[in-house]
Design a protein around this ligand. Structure first.
Ligand code: NAI
Length: 254
């Protein structure tokens, strides 16, 4: 079986992904600030993925021989712009870059983005600033420069994540390491309430389009596919998995 690192394995989509990958025969190393359910992962590594020091320690503990990395840990929009951007993008990139040298050739990286990142082509200047930012303590200043408040920060974190995934799709080409991302619409996990709160009146319309919120079991199989060799020619794709929400939004723009 493959050795697969799953961040956010203690809850929601990450927990279901860890369960599914284990059931398929993978050895799952969970990384989360909270402990996962007993027996869910082969190994749990406690880390704060918004702190570079904690990320460096976690990367050392994870060790070599990684076949896939699922970056699923994330904070909802209600947590404030600095933690949201540190966890949802800066920390995710930091962990990924730390683990690349520890990956096997042919490894797959899968990032959990969101429907919230759909508007990334309209935010290129701010995205470029974020991609150039390495200092975790400089997030607040960047937000001030680009007018990113708490409410916008979650959307922006996922816009940056999608743009980075597209940009880095095949950066580690000589080693066959590829990167893709998945963008769910609202999914029924402990943070669904946070999203609906941020969307306000639009939430009702979204629910009508989707018939029902997503479930972790709608998303995990897609993440598992992107980890598998069967998806080997997918590089730098952002795959919507959202009950039709992306096409609903795009059709309204046309
Ligand atoms: P969740 O809240 O159920 O799980 C998130 C996990 O990330 C938790 O176990 C939490 O402990 C961990 N985490 C958060 N901050 C951390 C930190 N600083 N260090 C280490 N671990 C940390 O959330 P859910 O819904 O499973 O979300 C997973 C991913 O899917 C997130 O990236 C989220 O943005 C994304 N997503 C979720 C949607 C939804 O409606 N639930 C929709 C679209 C995307």
């Amino acid at each position: 079986g493959k050795n697969i690192v799953v961040t956010g394995a203690a809850s929601g989509i990450g927990a279901e992904t860890a369960r599914l990958l284990s059931a398929e025969g993978a050895t799952v190393i969970g990384v989360d600030r909270n402990p996962p359910a007993p027996g869910l992962v082969a190994r749990h590594i406690a880390a704060d993925l918004g702190e570079p020091g904690s990320i460096a320690i976690a990367a050392r503990e994870i060790g070599n021989g990684i076949d896939a990395l699922c970056n699923i840990a994330g904070l909802p929009p209600t947590r404030g712009r600095v933690p949201v951007l540190r966890v949802n993008f800066l920390g995710l990139r930091e962990l990924t870059e730390a683990l690349i040298p520890q990956m096997n050739d042919g490894a797959a990286i899968v990032n959990l983005a969101s429907l919230a990142g759909l508007g990334w082509p309209d935010a290129i200047p701010a995205i470029k600033s974020m991609l150039a930012l390495r200092d975790f303590d400089a997030v607040e200043a960047l937000c001030d420069t680009h007018g990113i408040d708490d409410a916008r920060s979650y959307f922006f974190s996922k816009e940056v994540l999608i743009a980075w995934t597209l940009q880095q799709r095949w950066t580690w080409r000589e080693r066959g390491i590829r990167m893709n991302c998945v963008s769910p619409g609202p999914v029924d996990t402990p943070i669904l309430g946070d999203f609906l709160q941020t969307l306000g009146a639009r939430a009702e319309e979204d629910m009508r389009v989707m018939d029902r919120p997503g479930r972790p079991t709608d998303i995990a199989p897609l993440v598992a596919f992107l980890c598998s060799d069967d998806s080997g020619w997918l590089r730098g794709t952002n795959i919507a998995c959202d009950g039709g929400m992306h096409s609903h939004v795009l059709a309204n723009l046309n």
